[in-house]
Design a protein around this ligand. Sequence first.
Ligand code: SAM
Length: 292
Amino acid sequence: MIKDIATPIRTKAILEKYGFSFKKSLGQNFLIDTNILNRIVDHAGLTKESGAIEIGPGIGALTEQLAKNCQKVVAFEIDQRLIPILEDTLSPYPHVKVIHEDVLKADVLSVMENEFKEIDDVMVVANLPYYVTTPIIMKLLEDQLPIRGIVCMLQKEVADRISAKPGTKEYGSLSIAVQYYTMAEIVMIVPKTVFVPQPNVDSAVIRLTRRLTPIVEVKDEAFFFQVTRASFAQRRKTLLNNLQSGLKNGKEKKELILSILEKVQIEPSRRGETLSIEEFARLSDALYDHFK
Ligand code: SAM
């Protein structure tokens, strides 16, 4: 019986057969532990009726486990050298489609409309390339794709920031951007030993469950995100200082900012990291009419 792709022996054989060399610049750290992969797939809660989108299939380690657990898998891979390898390794799974494209440039919504016509439940499941983790997650969320959520491996440090709560040092504009669209939870911490080559950083798996409506209602999303980014621009500065620097003509409008903060009952001496998402929503709505 052929072993799963995600085993040290099979992975080594595939890499040797094709003379494949890893490209660090593409974040190529392949998984060689089927147990870890099965746990990742379990966290996605897939059924035989589900669809899965994978970012960066590599030689197909995770793709294979997804294929065994759902109706259809669509995988985006940027590295041309991997395409013939995937054709070979995934040949037993005709319900897998590999698209040779940079996911950051892809029209994922159109792909979903074409490839998942009969499928209602779609999850993104991935072992992400670490050099572009945040842009990929933000693209998938901002595109407002009709997915149930995302289960992905990423650097533990980024997973901590994404799932952070107010008042912690990890909490920042990334926590707010992701939690605005999803409920975020770290579901696994993963040792370096399950990858070839081993990454330099610790890894974690995060589950992002899409909210049907954003956690807060705001007048203008772009302005809300602008206010949150400005509030964290210099973490040691007060909210007032950061808003003065980050808002249009903020320096000259100190009194106006102070009066708005008073109106929404937020102390100007607080730091951005202490504000909840609800407080940021109240603040940005109150600032909007004056600073949009
Ligand atoms: N899924 C495989 C596994 O778990 O063994 C490989 C994961 S590896 C961490 C990341 C993969 O993403 C690599 O195959 C890499 O070539 C691919 N990749 C990197 N940047 C990408 C991008 N912008 N779009 C699509 N794939 C990308």
